[in-house]
Ligand binder design. Structure first.
Ligand SMILES: Cc1cn([C@H]2C[C@H](O)[C@@H](COP(=O)(O)OP(=O)(O)OP(=O)(O)O)O2)c(=O)[nH]c1=O
Length: 196
């Protein structure tokens, strides 16, 4: 095989094991995983979809110069309560505040996915899933926080774990809530000619 016919590699610019698993679930196995380290602070008055896209592009920018001639994929998952962006919970207090806000109401999970092709072409998509939480009692919140599933998760919960018991209804992509809108991601890859 010559260099010109060699299949371009796929680099996943993410530390999230969920994103890798979701890609594998549909037969896409990245050649490399190269997580981005960026500042994810929210800018003043920044709206959730604007933030999700900006952060996804920043992750891609941080990684793509290390991988010329490859496909580079990055994503960001945001839990939005109206115009408010809930944090990626790093402390129990943050997670508690998130769960108290989400309790008994409906929120959106926004998934921005961005892709750079081997020739530098860039494409993006934004997926939106509506999620309803039942009203949570103090003891349900305490028992959830006693586990570790909230850590590092946008909005302080993981639908793929015990928090599934809090969610009577979603509208939209389930894998988007877990961390990657699979359908949209496949459309981006296909659009730029990626061959698994
Ligand atoms: C709402 C929700 C989020 N999440 C996760 C998906 C993302 O991994 C995380 C949101 O943080 P992100 O910043 O999107 O991703 P990350 O920090 O895990 O990885 P990287 O930036 O390196 O790509 O929350 C779940 O696993 N389940 C859920 O139900």
């Amino acid at each position: 095989m010559t260099a010109s016919t060699r299949k371009a590699q796929l680099v996943l610019a993410s530390a999230s094991p969920r994103r890798l698993d979701l890609l594998r679930q549909v037969g896409i196995v990245p050649d490399q995983v190269d997580p981005a380290e960026i500042d994810e602070a929210v800018l003043p008055r920044e709206l959730p979809p604007v933030y999700a896209r900006r952060v996804a592009w920043a992750k891609l920018d941080a990684v793509c110069q290390r991988h010329s001639g490859a496909y580079v994929l990055a994503a960001d998952t945001v839990v939005a309560l109206g115009r408010r962006i809930l944090p990626k919970a790093e402390t129990e207090d943050q997670a508690r505040r998130c769960l108290e806000m989400l309790s008994g109401s409906r929120h959106k999970v926004l998934g921005a996915v961005v892709l750079q092709g081997p020739d530098g072409t860039r494409v993006q998509r934004l997926a939106e899933t509506a999620v309803r939480f039942k009203r949570l009692s103090d003891s349900e919140i305490a028992s959830y926080l006693a586990g570790d599933e909230w850590r590092g998760k946008a909005g302080g919960y993981a639908i793929q774990g015990r928090a599934a018991a809090f969610i009577p209804w979603i509208n939209g992509s389930y894998p988007n809530v877990v961390g990657l809108p699979i359908l949209e991601t496949l459309l981006l890859l296909k659009g730029l000619g990626y061959q698994p």
